[in-house]
Design a protein around this ligand. Sequence first.
Ligand code: SF4
Length: 287
Amino acid sequence: MRGAHCKSLRASGELFLIKPFSFRKRKMPLRINLGGIVPFSTIDWRGKAAMVIFLRRCSLRCIYCQNYNLLEDDNYVELQEIEEDIKKNEDFIDAVVLSGGEPFMQPRAIVAISKYAKKRALFVGVQTNGFYPEVIESMLKDEGKEELIDKIFLDIKAPLSDEKLYDKLTKVPNVVERVRNTLDVCVHAQKIDLELVTTVFKNLVGAEEVTRIAKELEEAGAAHCPYVIQQGRIELVPGKVIKEADVFSHEELKKLAALAYRAAYLKDIRIRTKEDGEEVIYRRDQW
Ligand code: SF4
């Protein structure tokens, strides 16, 4: 409720005037559940130097998660702290990337950080597992918010037709429908770029899965978006569920890229490895 009220009461034959009382709400400072900040990265957004802000909590529990320390506990900080970090680094970066965890679990944080980044003339990207299509859609439709995000990096963890594998990888049921919807929302969004990312491991997500994903991306209208085949890493995976022998080598990743290239008419196929970062392996110039 807003505004000032002036009431009069007659009591004991006397008129009491009650002072105007303000119901104006005080704006509470936004608190953000922060996992950490990497001030400078050149591997999260090809061609851009970015500050990466990790937001805590995630809707999934992927068996190969590298950031499982962000999944459970909370660490709330005020927006101003993050703004100060951005300001401190703005001369060295082109962009802010929001990562996690799952950033779209904190839509208000995304809006606030993005608004500030835009004020500082920085690009904004968000890395997402695709679990919240409705949040992304409403943000992209909302006047004043539709241009806050320049790029979405969407995980395609398994073929979108393989619900069983998606559930096995993410340890959460019924994820795949949400990811399909997110892909659809992002493909049809006018003002954002989209990049699709698949993390691969032998005996889990390999040749067959990458081939199917490439075809599905083409069918979904995402053939013009870069498709990144990312080397899965085991250093931080808990419980040794994945072994060193399951990691694809650089050469093996290039072979996966070749399979994707042959399977579908995708514009831009890349690999990302620990040693060499992101490389474009195939690009179709006639598009
Ligand atoms: S979506 Fe990302 S942060 Fe969330 S559990 Fe999976 S790998 Fe970890």
